[in-house]
Design a protein around this ligand. Sequence first.
Ligand code: FE
Length: 344
Amino acid sequence: MSTRPTSRFLPPVCCLLLSLIAAPALADGEVNIYSARKEDLIKPLLDDFSKQTGIAVNLVTGKEEALLQRLQSEGANTPADILLTADAGRLAAAQKAGVLQAVKSDTLAAHIPASYRDPEGYWYGLSVRARPVIYARDRVKLGDLSTYEALADPKWKGKVCVRSSDSVYNQSLVAGMIAHHGEAKTEAWAKGLVANFARPPTGGDRDQIKAVAAGECDVTLANTYYLGSMVDSRDEAEKQAAAKVAVFWPDAKTTGVHVNVSGAGITAHARNRDNAVKLLEFLAGDSAQRWYAETNSEYPVNPAIPPSATLKSWGEFKADTLNVAKLGELNATAVQVMDRAGWK
Ligand code: FE
């Protein structure tokens, strides 16, 4: 039974008081977000922000490309103050398209390591997603795994599942490789990897993990939060699939694990710029960062906040320190490399 009092138990004066309490929310203004993150992955945080500051948050969710196109076509008339996306490559594309503005904030600089934000402040990472190797516990020995590079070795022939080259997560991974090894070496690697595919790329990261669990392939590359959501899933089949795989952190002795960020930038024509800065500072702050770690199975961007129990169970890893802005800069080259390598 609900413990919340219903209105018939409350004298009329309460309602007047409630509306007075609610009033500052309007007086403190608003902030408008275009978000490519799903509503349930951001809404609870936005509600918290409104409660704490009295600033109303209006959320429009959509696909990454559609939101960017919308910002471009709306130009100075856009109602959006913030663009929120799930990949540094997307943020860099938005910056390149001229729809973001540079913002300096001591709070953001203090909470977000330099490699997870744009050097000029056009956008800031808010959560970290790692893309390690996920392997079949029963068929792969730990000693067989070392680096991303080694997955192109013929010994993995017919044993690799990876989603398509349309995935910006893979594009960013390849962009990171190009930054470290150059275009030619990365293309040779991509060709080797494609030659090892167990099947033509199909489905999302979660589907690759399931394919490994089902024995269709032995290894995949996937963002950890997908595995996290399977471990914590209410769906018994997903839980069982997650139990059949494990995380391997590649490149521990070299460049580190490929990481990316979800993040946000303030739009070039933001009408509520100050509120938008306040919201980004809130999202980089302790309570929001803890929420990312606990609820979303993402790594906090703020190093002061510990990861969740699920994330801790996979152990610590060395993250690539390449500035994630590079992933955006090299995105077009990465797409060409994957195309030439025959990565569908
Ligand atoms: Fe995702």
